[in-house]
Design a protein around this ligand. Structure first.
Ligand code: PEP
Length: 249
């Protein structure tokens, strides 16, 4: 992913039925009337990946998964592989979202294996990292995020497109955001860790900020040095919220 072009990616989480594709049609129309200055992606639930990919075909909007298994196939009831997402029309996949790290106990090692599987299937992984409130209050935010970057990024990502998303756990879905200085501090630390881990070949991969990005704070956040885009949850569900975030990039 070219660093100069920001990536605005929406994460619908476990929201969205077929009727929600009306929002995507509306977003598509707006972006056809006035093209975006950034890359735009939406990550719907797995049930909608194929239909959304059909709905955005021929437009600039990319479609991604929200998670994938590290394995390519097998006896993993309920699992979705990276290859299945690709087959359904996805070009990206989020891995290591904090909701999965917390609820399903996903380790850095597993996240790295998922990122590797994504690359193997031809998807661009968006690898999520971020500290809890307790870790931030203990003054450990930079250290925790650095460790996650060092251990969640396989060398395989260098073969293609990838991004890292810094999402402080306490900012997700809460309406709280770090200060712009705090965002800059962590993003600089993420970049340094990426270069230490993967070399200068990783310098062009964008580092997205995620956590309560809204139309009214997007412009300031996206102007912070080393912020290469945003991963947006709640505000990506409605075109009327997501569009101003895209326009801010
Ligand atoms: C997310 O879940 O990745 C996220 C950033 O959510 P929200 O924008 O709703 O805080």
């Amino acid at each position: 992913m070219k660093q100069s072009v920001k990536l605005i990616a929406g994460n619908w989480k476990m929201n969205g039925l077929g009727a929600s594709l009306d929002e995507v049609a509306s977003l598509r129309r707006s972006l056809e009337e006035q093209p975006a200055a950034c890359r735009v992606a939406l990550c719907p639930p797995a049930t909608l990946v194929e239909r959304m990919a059909a709905a955005v075909k021929g437009s600039v909007i990319e479609v991604g998964g929200q998670d994938c298994r590290a394995e390519t196939h097998g006896a993993f009831t309920g699992g979705v592989s990276a290859g299945m997402l690709k087959d359904a029309g996805a070009t990206l996949v989020i891995v290591g979202h904090s909701e999965r790290r917390q609820e399903f106990g996903e380790s850095d090692r597993l996240v790295a294996a998922k990122a590797e599987a994504a690359v193997g299937a031809g998807l661009a992984p968006i690898v999520c990292v971020g500290e809890t409130l307790e870790q931030r209050e203990a003054g450990r935010a930079v250290e925790v995020v650095r460790d996650q970057v060092m251990n969640s990024l396989p060398r395989a990502v260098l073969a293609g497109d990838f991004a890292v998303a810094y999402e402080p756990v306490w900012a997700i879905g809460t309406g709280l955001t770090p200060t712009l200085d705090q965002i800059e501090e962590v993003h600089r630390a993420v970049r340094a860790a990426m270069i230490e881990r993967l070399g200068l070949g990783s310098a062009a991969a964008p580092i997205l900020y995620g956590g309560s990005v809204k139309p009214d704070n997007a412009r300031d956040i996206l102007a912070v040095p080393e912020v290469g885009g945003a991963l947006v949850g709640g505000a990506s569900l409605k075109a009327s919220d997501f569009l101003p975030i895209i326009r801010a990039a």
